[in-house]
Design a protein around this ligand. Sequence first.
Ligand code: PMP
Length: 420
Amino acid sequence: ADRGVPAVVGAALRVPLVTGGHIGYANLDHAASAPCLAAVQAAVDELLPWYASVHRGAGFASQVCTRVYEGARETLLDFVGARRGDEVVFTRNTTDALNLLARAVPRGTSVVVFDSEHHAALLPWAGPRVRRLSAPESPAAAVAALDEALADCPEGPRLAVLTGASNVTGELWPVAELARVARRRGARTVLDAAQLAPHRPVRIGELDVDYVALSGHKLYAPFGAGALIGRADWLNAADPYLAGGGATRVVREQSVSWTTGPERHEAGSPNTVGVHALARACQTLAANWDGVIAHEEALLRRLRAGLRHVPGVRELRLFDADHDRVGVVSFTVDGQDPGLLAAALSAEHGIGVRDGLFCAHLATRRLLARAGADAERAVRVSVGLGTTPEHVDRFLTALRTLVTDGPVWRYEQRDGRWSP
Ligand code: PMP
């Protein structure tokens, strides 16, 4: 805490090992879901006694919850440095936020998206006006490819889908440059900030993107709350994302008139506790960015330096030169099954990593081929506020042991997963 690094709940979890006994659990899968911050747990504890319906209740607890819920919108606007007129629609997560936007774009909108995106950003767009660009090999190539594709789009509204940081490699995309090109070509932009927002400040106005999507569970809050933040006009002109209570102005036998503003897309009772938790996580990160970034960069350097000394390791990389990245590294080890490595890291060493194609099948397959890997999936290690240098060292020692001596236990594959 004295270094400006927020405390995480559960960083000292202990897990049973197949080899016997218990060991401190090293969660090296922050990119999937980050552990909850202590400040977030305190915020949830504080709200639970007041738990009541939002917006519709006249009671005092309802008023408290309504104030908390609406206050969270202000916090999120602040967190992303929103412009006047931007609004926050609370969603379940980034996937939900991007699907909402995909439903809200005006009819006939041309959409340009890189095929290296996470499926949440790649798949919601449908129709003949969707153009997929191949994963670029450098930030400059990305900017040039987007420019060219947008120049080719037919007349009418345009949207470029951008990612802040890759969930496979952690590499940062040149968002401001891409947004500048898009603006010049008359296109709006949406930033998938699921992986960026937990690690670096995202300033919507400075980046000049039109929409930002993010998830609470990657931002050190619990599951179930995310947001789409950005320009109100398309959202107000679109059909409601969900039809139901809270999104209506007047309902008559033959007609419904829908409200405008974020409530238009938030029908049903909202996740007040999740939204409050998300807002507190945003406040905590915003007050500690220097410490958060320094902590992660030190861990990432340690991790990558150590991986270089493990024989046969091939790190996946999107861009040709080494590039700034958040704390995510995917790799293969020559001659080793990534799924088996991940299973043995968990069972024998109490280390949680992830293996597979990481909901970015096109990107990961392409990067495996580029790296000359002999495997069809990779191992992903991702660090964050719940990670200590000791976790990283333990992972490196464990990996080296598994690669040189093999697992202690016998593993078999069931439904594509290895188990001891
Ligand atoms: N985009 C990126 C870059 C991600 O890493 C993820 C989550 N892995 C998502 C989108 C989707 O996030 P969620 O599962 O919270 O909807």
